[in-house]
Structures are given as structure tokens and as C-alpha cells.
Design a protein around this ligand. Structure first.
Ligand code: NDP
Length: 239
């Protein structure tokens, strides 16, 4: 289905991004992940997944990475903006630094990557861009003013860019995960986990593969007539 496609996943070293990357491996596609700090090189080499160290919040780092990928592969067919961070805290205690890190990574990072990649997609008049947002950006979570704002921003960005790029046959959509078991959610206390669990109609936390399945669909030709949408993959939290 993705034969000869170049698929780029930001923040693919672990968690949801890694599950997404694994779901494309073995498809005769060129799968590339980015990371910020470290990566298990041996593992990704064994899966034939390429990797770049690239801070999505830094436009220079993003541009260098994209230039290098275009030089070596000639094109990018699918961009999955997945890299994200949390710096939770109540508003009254939230530092300016924690606000900036989250907005710069989760929102500006999506802007940087999409801007750098869309030039190539526009010139070949095709492409799929999938932004990983969060249910937190739809319903707002206490203690996540920075994160909810960044993820709500991604949803608005998705719609605006979907309209701008539609004439070039580029689909831009978002996926909003609910509570997915990763290192990001490992940080939560047992009490918070239990209260989240109580609010999930399907009564279980999600897995990376639950998100990967929907991302694969949106990246495929089956989703050619879908753009500007946000699909919640959350066990029914938002309905
Ligand atoms: P993880 O913390 O497990 O992984 C985050 C990934 O993002 C890592 O690969 C990390 O790289 C990378 N990353 C962080 N900052 C940067 C940066 N500045 N530049 C490039 N890469 C960066 O997160 P999850 O897998 O849990 O989350 C993935 C996405 O899904 C995020 O956007 C998150 O907001 C969203 N999401 C997650 C939910 C969940 O329940 N887990 C729920 C809703 C949304 P490195 O390993 O090098 O640090």
C-alpha cells in the first residue's frame, strides 16, 4: 500500500511515534523517524527505519533535516507530526519556561515541519500530513493549560493548512489520542490514572497500535477524500 513512499514521523524514537513507524516498516516504504535526545540505533537499524536527530522547535535543525531527506530520497509523501512534550502544572504555578517549551515543541514544531515539508509536496501535487493532537486540546485538562493550548492550536492549524493546501492535492488531518500507555503517561500518579480510567467508556487505556491504525488509514489512498478533520481515538472520551 505504501510501496516507494517516503514516510517521515517526528518523535518516533519511542511511544506512539515508534508504534506508528513500526506499522509502516516492512511496507517497501522508506520510513524515517526523528528524535531529540537519544535513540536505540541498533533496534531501528534492525527494522530498516532511518533516523535523524532533529529538534522540531528549531527551524534551522528542521530545515537541515528536510533538505537532507529530499536530497537523498527526492520526496516526502507522508509527514506525521507526532513529537510532543508535557510540562504539567496548575496555571498559578506554571513557569514561563514550561509554557514556552510546550508551545514551541507541540505547536511551533508542527508549523516548522509542515512549512519545510509542504514545499516539496506542493511541487509534486500530492501529500498527506497527519498531526497528532490530543483530547486535552478539545476538552481542556486542569494542570495542562500549556498542553491543551498547544493541542487546540494544532487542530486550528490543521484546518487552516488543509484549506491552503487542498488545491495541491495535499490532505491535512489530525488524530486526537485519549489516554495511551507510553512514557508520557507513565509519569501520572495512580490516582490520576484511575480517574482517567473511570472517564473512558471502553474502560481501558489505549495502545500505540490503536493510534497507528488510524494514522495508516489517513496516510493511505482510502482517505483521499478526507481533509481538515480531527479523529478522536480515545475509547469514547469525546463524543
Ligand atoms: P513520548 O514522551 O513517549 O515520546 C515523545 C517523542 O517526541 C520522543 O520520540 C521524543 O524524542 C520526541 N520529542 C520530544 N521533544 C522533541 C523535540 N523538541 N524535537 C523532536 N522530537 C521531540 O510521547 P507519546 O508517544 O506519549 O506522545 C506522542 C504524541 O502523542 C505527542 O504529540 C503527545 O502529545 C500525543 N499524545 C499522547 C497521549 C498519550 O496518552 N501518550 C495522549 C494524547 C496525545 P526523545 O526520545 O529523543 O526525547
Amino acid at each position: 500500500m505504501f510501496k516507494d513512499k517516503t514516510i517521515l514521523i517526528t518523535g518516533g524514537s519511542r511511544g506512539i511515534g515508534r508504534s506508528i513507524a513500526e506499522s509502516f516498516a516492512g511496507e517497501e516504504a522508506s520510513v524515517i523517524v526523528t528524535f531529540k535526545n537519544s535513540i536505540d540505533e541498533e533496534y531501528f537499524n534492525s527494522k530498516n527505519i532511518s533516523f535523524y536527530k532533529c529538534d522540531v522547535s528549531d527551524m534551522k535543525s528542521v530545515q537541515e533535516t528536510i533538505d537532507d531527506i529530499i536530497k537523498s530520497r527526492g520526496k516526502i509523501d507522508v509527514l506525521i507530526n507526532n513529537a510532543g512534550v508535557t510540562k504539567d502544572g496548575l496555571l498559578m504555578r506554571m513557569s514561563e519556561e514550561d509554557w514556552d517549551i510546550v508551545i514551541d515543541t507541540n505547536l511551533k514544531g508542527v508549523f516548522n515541519m509542515t512549512k519545510a515539508v509542504s514545499r516539496n509536496m506542493m511541487s509534486k501535487r500530492s501529500g498527506k500530513i497527519i498531526n497528532i493532537t490530543s483530547v486535552s486540546g478539545i476538552m481542556g485538562n486542569p494542570g495542562q493549560a500549556n498542553y491543551s493550548a498547544s493541542k487546540a492550536g494544532v487542530i486550528g492549524f490543521t484546518k487552516a493548512v488543509a484549506k491552503e493546501l487542498s488545491s495541491r492535492n495535499i490532505n491535512v488531518n489530525a488524530v486526537a489520542p485519549g489516554f495511551i500507555e507510553t512514557e508520557m503517561t507513565d509519569k501520572l500518579t495512580e490516582e490520576v490514572r484511575q480517574s482517567y480510567l473511570n472517564s473512558i467508556p471502553l474502560k481501558r487505556f489505549g495502545k500505540g497500535s490503536d493510534i497507528a491504525g488510524v494514522v495508516r488509514f489517513l496516510a493511505s489512498a482510502d482517505a483521499d477524500y478526507i481533509t481538515g478533520q480531527t479523529i478522536c481515538v480515545d475509547g469514547g472520551i469525546i463524543m
